[in-house]
Design a protein around this ligand. Sequence first.
Ligand SMILES: Nc1ccn([C@@H]2O[C@H](COP(=O)(O)OP(=O)(O)OP(=O)(O)O)[C@@H](O)[C@H]2O)c(=O)n1
Ligand SMILES: C[C@](O)(CO)[C@H](O)COP(=O)(O)O
Length: 249
Amino acid sequence: MQVIIIGAGRGARLMPTTAETPKCFAEIGGKRILDWSLDAFRQNGIDDFCFIGGYKIEKVQADYPEFEFRHNADWPNNNILLSLFHAEDLMDQPFICCYSDILFTPDVVARVAANAEDISLAVDTDWLSRYEHRTEHPSDDAEKVTVKNGAVTRIHREIQESDAHGEYIGVAKFSAAGAGRLRDYYHQVREKNAGQPYREAAVFEKAYLIHMLQDMLETGERMVHVDTPGGYIEIDTQQDFEYARQHWS
Ligand SMILES: Nc1ccn([C@@H]2O[C@H](COP(=O)(O)OP(=O)(O)OP(=O)(O)O)[C@@H](O)[C@H]2O)c(=O)n1
Ligand SMILES: C[C@](O)(CO)[C@H](O)COP(=O)(O)O
């Protein structure tokens, strides 16, 4: 199974930790965030990594020569969706994509990898307990989902806490067919929206992956949720970093 790690961002909210290295090099429990992710995949026999880098990509290239790399050199002017599509050439097969600034257990990978649907999204159902203390990244910023009968019905930051089934953790699996539809849809929306506002993004280039996933849901695309009650922490702010250092091992 191909893994695509989306890691081109600046990590500005984690300064000064990210002054010289990318956010995924930040250490929790004596191990880089990136190494926690690699271990979660490797414990499931998955060892085929492509890293989409931008900010300080050279540091990742130096320390992980076993990776394939895609360079999102324009990272300051784009966002997660465009970043992911720097690895489009690898999307002719099933793949799992993940943000590079998250901690998740091998069990999350096992559940996502075992799911047979075309598009599956990993969702933390215990998300609210983490947000109690997350004042620097309020739950309004969380990429939440609503669900019905096993399927995702909406993926959006504006979902009310009480309506949310959980938080999309940034890990998603696409079968070869699901990946094909993702690529086709991307080309359609890019053709129509390049340089123009798209969903909640001021310009298409600044869109998040969840913007296009929501767009696809509205066309009737089926996505399922693979739940994890916790077993996940996202590191955006200094507060998140300290929380992870206290709670992750
Ligand atoms: N142009 C971008 C922006 C973000 N990302 C990646 O998308 C993931 C989630 O993004 P976010 O949490 O916003 O991280 P950063 O952009 O790195 O953080 P900050 O906003 O603090 O700079 C991260 O792994 C980040 O590297 C990316 O590949 N390309
Ligand atoms: C993608 C993200 O990390 C999920 O929590 C977060 O939403 C990014 O926030 P930003 O708006 O790009 O600062």
